[in-house]
Design a protein around this ligand. Structure first.
Ligand code: FMN
Length: 139
């Protein structure tokens, strides 16, 4: 949510959490982004279900995740899925997010202090690139 809020500081974005998303029709938006924490290597099931529910109406999409390690590879499966379903995938972003879960805390309290200002800057650069790509592919 913090990453979405950082993006919304520099781009005209409507943010909805997974429950509020029910109120919106994805067809009313030029671009739809899906973000999630990573749980056991995957996007939250609720987010994946939301994507599935709207799959036919999605055209221009991007995804982003936060995780203890911040690895972008966590986005790969979902990216492949979206590409396989012929969506115009505009980008994929990942950064570290604080994990309070105790097992991850035990392995060094990874991602302490994240997302930080550098992560927010990177997210804002990313959303600029997403919009540029949208403008270039939807002439
Ligand atoms: C149950 C659980 C499983 C997690 N699994 C992973 C994981 O596989 N890899 C990783 O890097 N981080 C993992 N994390 C850390 C979260 O992805 C990270 O803290 C994320 O920023 C949480 O986002 P949220 O605050 O939006 O829920 C896990 C956290 C929890 C609570």
């Amino acid at each position: 949510m913090k990453i979405a809020e950082a993006m919304a500081e520099t781009a005209p974005i409507t943010i909805a959490d997974v429950k509020e998303a029910e109120k919106y029709n994805v067809r009313d938006f030029d671009i739809v982004g899906f973000g999630s924490g990573i749980y056991a290597g995957k996007f939250a099931k609720k987010i994946v279900n939301l994507i599935d529910k709207n799959l036919d109406d999605l055209k221009n999409v991007f995804i982003f995740s936060t995780s203890g390690t911040g690895k972008i590879k966590y986005n790969e499966n979902l990216l492949s899925y979206l590409n396989a379903n012929c969506k115009n995938v505009l980008g994929s972003f990942a950064c570290k997010g604080l994990c309070k879960w105790f097992i991850f805390a035990l392995v060094g309290g990874i991602a302490k202090g994240h997302p930080d200002m550098d992560d927010f800057d990177a997210a804002q650069t990313f959303i600029g690139q997403v919009i540029d790509k949208y403008n270039n592919t939807n002439i």
